[in-house]
Design a protein around this ligand. Structure first.
Ligand code: FES
Length: 154
C-alpha cells in the first residue's frame, strides 16, 4: 500500500515537472525555485506594494546609497512566474544608479528569463511596475526630506 502510494506521488511529481519544463524556460524554473533577494528591508529608502490585474501582489524594497541601489528585496503572493520576475528585476536593479534602474523594462526581464507564456507576461509587468514605484517612493521621500531641511545661511 505504502509502496503504491509513494509510486503514485513520484509519478505525479514527474508529470508536474515535465509539464513545467514544457511551459517554462530552464532559467524561469531556476529563478522560481531558487529566487534571489526574497524578503523585506528594515527601514528601506523606498518601498512599493502593487496588486496586478490578476489579484496577486508584489512588494519591493530598495536601499539607496550615493544614488545607487545598494540592496533590493521583494516578496509576492503571486505565481511561480512572478517569483522568477521578482528575482530577476531585483537582480537587474541591484548596484545600478537609480536613473538606470528606472530604465529596466518588462522586455529586459523577459529576455533574461528566455520568455514567458503569454498568460504570464503580466507577471513581468507587475515586477517592473513595482520596482519603478519603489524608486518613485524613494524620490518622493528624498524630496520631502530636502524640503524639510532648514536652510543654513552663511
Ligand atoms: Fe498573478 Fe503571475 S503575478 S499570475
Amino acid at each position: 500500500m505504502d509502496d503504491n502510494f509513494d509510486a503514485l506521488i513520484a509519478d505525479i511529481e514527474r508529470k508536474k515537472s515535465e509539464e513545467e519544463r514544457r511551459i517554462y524556460s530552464e532559467r524561469t524554473l531556476k529563478e522560481a525555485y531558487n529566487p534571489r533577494n526574497v524578503g523585506k528591508l528594515a527601514d528601506p529608502s523606498g518601498r512599493a506594494r502593487i496588486t496586478g490585474p490578476c489579484g496577486d501582489t508584489m512588494q519591493i524594497d530598495i536601499r539607496v546609497e550615493a544614488g545607487r541601489i545598494s540592496d533590493c528585496k521583494f516578496i509576492t503572493d503571486g505565481c511561480g512566474a512572478s517569483i522568477a520576475c521578482g528575482s530577476v528585476v531585483t537582480e537587474l536593479a541591484k548596484g545600478e544608479r537609480i536613473e538606470k534602474a528606472l530604465e529596466v523594462t518588462e522586455k529586459d526581464v523577459l529576455r533574461v528569463l528566455g520568455g514567458l507564456p503569454a498568460e504570464n507576461v503580466h507577471c513581468a509587468a507587475l515586477a517592473v511596475k513595482t520596482l519603478r514605484a519603489a524608486i518613485g517612493d524613494y524620490q518622493c521621500r528624498s524630496r520631502n526630506r530636502s524640503a524639510s531641511e532648514p536652510e543654513i545661511s552663511a
